[in-house]
Write a protein that binds this ligand. Structure first.
Ligand SMILES: Nc1ncnc2c1ncn2[C@@H]1O[C@H](COP(=O)(O)OP(=O)(O)OP(=O)(O)O)[C@@H](O)[C@H]1O
Length: 404
């Protein structure tokens, strides 16, 4: 295990990648807004974004026992609230999800339902997410949540208020009777998610954790149900330096990502590039069409890596027998990419479009999950029946390091 580039986040069993460590340091010594602001300034991509001023005053509905005692590092609970400096009140109305770093809540702001992602103050991963969101939104990325507000409540927890999304793609697939999506829905997802990945890459970032549970449709209330959004940039990393030059591979750096969707290079513990995000995307699509991946029940990361290698050789025929022929071409393209190559997004999209025309899929179609009931009820789309723990157990969690 490559300990040198890992750090233990206080109060969580999760280890995070070295390149995110400075955000943790920022957040523990300065406020959240400063950390995000300085990170953005360092990047020098485009003009600096206007940043709201922060370190919110006390607003949690609980008595302050001793003004001079250090604040408690904690996560908020359902029913609590905070007020921002414009006097807007955000109530944590319902828990939407539990991440490795904190809780995500449902709230309402200006008549609009929103999501609030929180983490303990000392975790300090949110500045990275804020920074990535600011970058892609500045570039008009339509597959990313609006960043409505963000800040830190005393030194207890950090938060960011973002657009509310529907259930993520992992849950939506798991709830299908066949555990798979139609070719129509899968190819539409393929086009949407590829565009999201391309948008992220175009501002100089890699996701390094492309997987179904990091994508979700928008909600009907906001007219965004036809768009698939990408969220959770906890493992994101810059691949361009300040002068927009590609950063060279650092060679062997340890494991990054999620076992089920990780690329061959990730299994070799190599530094990841844009091609690796595309390889994860490929596995994600295969799972959506077939309903499972050959390594679904495998827990040993090494064995999963060997099984991924085998689909290129001895099990190739069986693997591709249930997929449109274009999938073999796509895997060939990915396997031919070197570390710093720019993936051929246009060609990949054309191949997906080719599947749609070959199978005579009409342009105007609904998603598989758009049942009559969910078309009339946003809450059925946002409230999940599958627990986060169950999802993490199934897909091999987000294994950031070699220790898990
Ligand atoms: N904008 C949103 N709208 C609705 N639900 C959301 C939103 N963002 C996150 N969630 C829910 O909260 C869960 C955790 O969010 P997220 O993945 O961003 O957190 P995390 O701490 O980075 O998690 P992990 O790294 O373990 O996946 C998601 O799986 C999803 O169910």
């Amino acid at each position: 295990m490559d300990q040198s580039d890992m750090v233990m986040i206080p109060n969580t069993p999760t280890l995070v990648a070295e390149e995110n460590v400075h955000h943790k340091r920022y957040a523990s010594t300065k406020n959240l807004a400063q950390a995000a602001q300085e990170s953005v300034a360092l990047d020098q991509i485009g003009a600096p974004a206007p940043m709201p001023s922060r370190q919110r005053g006390p607003a949690i509905k609980e008595p302050r026992k001793n003004e001079s005692s250090p604040s408690k590092d904690r996560l908020p609970e359902v029913g609590e609230y905070f007020d921002n400096d414009k006097g807007d009140r955000f109530i944590f109305r319902q828990k939407l999800g539990d991440g490795a770093m904190g809780h995500v809540f449902l709230s309402v702001h200006g008549g609009r339902t929103v999501a609030i992602k929180t983490e303990k103050h000392s975790t300090g991963m949110l500045p990275m997410e804020i920074k990535v969101l600011m970058m892609v939104k500045r570039n008009k990325g339509k597959h990313f949540c609006d960043l409505i507000d963000y800040g830190a409540l005393r030194r207890e927890y950090n938060y960011m208020v973002i657009s509310l999304l529907g259930k993520d793609l992992y849950r939506l697939r798991a709830e299908m009777p066949t555990r798979s999506f139609s070719l129509n829905t899968t190819t539409k997802i393929a086009l949407e998610t590829l565009e999201a990945i391309e948008d992220l890459h175009s501002v100089g970032y890699l996701s390094r954790d492309v997987k179904p549970s990091n994508f979700a449709p928008g909600i009907r209330e906001q007219g965004q149900h036809k768009t698939i959004f990408m969220f959770d940039f906890g493992l994101a990393k810059k691949f361009l330096d300040r002068d927009n030059r590609k950063i060279k591979s650092r060679g062997e750096v340890g494991w990054r990502g999620t076992v089920r969707y990780g690329s061959l290079q990730a299994h070799k513990r190599q530094d990841l590039g844009r091609r690796d995000d595309i390889e994860c995307w490929f596995y994600m699509l295969v799972e959506m069409i077939v309903g499972e991946l050959p390594w679904r029940h495998m827990t040993d990361r090494q064995v999963v890596g060997q099984t991924k290698a085998a689909i290129r050789k001895e099990t190739r025929e069986r693997f591709f027998s249930r997929l449109p022929r274009q999938f073999e071409t796509i895997m060939g393209m990915i396997d031919g990419y070197s570390f710093d190559i720019r993936p051929e997004y246009k060609h990949l999209k054309a191949l997906i479009q080719e599947i749609r025309s070959e199978y005579q899929i009409p342009e105007r179609c609904t998603w598989d999950w758009q049942t009559e009931e969910s078309e009339h009820s946003e809450l059925t789309e946002t409230t999940s029946v599958m627990s986060d723990m169950a999802i993490m157990a199934e897909q091999g969690a987000t294994n950031y390091t070699d220790q898990q």
